[in-house]
Design a protein around this ligand. Structure first.
Ligand code: SF4
Ligand code: SF4
Length: 114
């Protein structure tokens, strides 16, 4: 797999390596760094090129910001940047659960092996 220098500048030195398709997701971020998903393209203005603007790094693994705090990214896409200051609330949780279901989160790596 190619490193993800655009994300952390370490050429993959401290990033998890993508597991084979079908194995548990380890948060390597390869999928969302390579090609934003349909939700990112439809709702937050992502184009064909990665990384997705909602890809978040928590110091150990990448995660989907549209699951954790979707209102922040939806507001940013709408030009409402002040909304990013608000902590995630119940509305984020409800929308995030629906997005997680739509994405198939928790069902293992679904990204083709590079
Ligand atoms: S789905 Fe696969 S490529 Fe995407 S973050 Fe998880 S392990 Fe990495
Ligand atoms: S919206 Fe989430 S799952 Fe989709 S590409 Fe962005 S970070 Fe990945």
């Amino acid at each position: 797999m190619k490193p993800l220098p655009l994300i952390d500048g370490t050429n993959g030195a401290r990033l998890p390596i993508k597991p084979p398709i079908g194995q548990p997701c380890n948060g390597c971020g390869w999928c969302c760094a390579s090609e934003p998903c349909g939700i990112a393209r439809e709702f937050i203005g992502a184009d064909d090129e990665g990384p997705c603007p909602a890809l978040e790094w928590d110091g150990a693994r990448f995660g989907c910001g549209m699951i954790v705090q979707p209102l922040v990214y939806l507001a940013q896409a709408a030009g409402l940047h002040g909304a990013a200051d608000a902590p995630p609330g119940e509305a984020d949780a409800q929308i995030g659960r629906q997005i997680a279901e739509a994405l198939g989160a928790g069902r293992g790596c679904d990204a083709d092996d590079p």
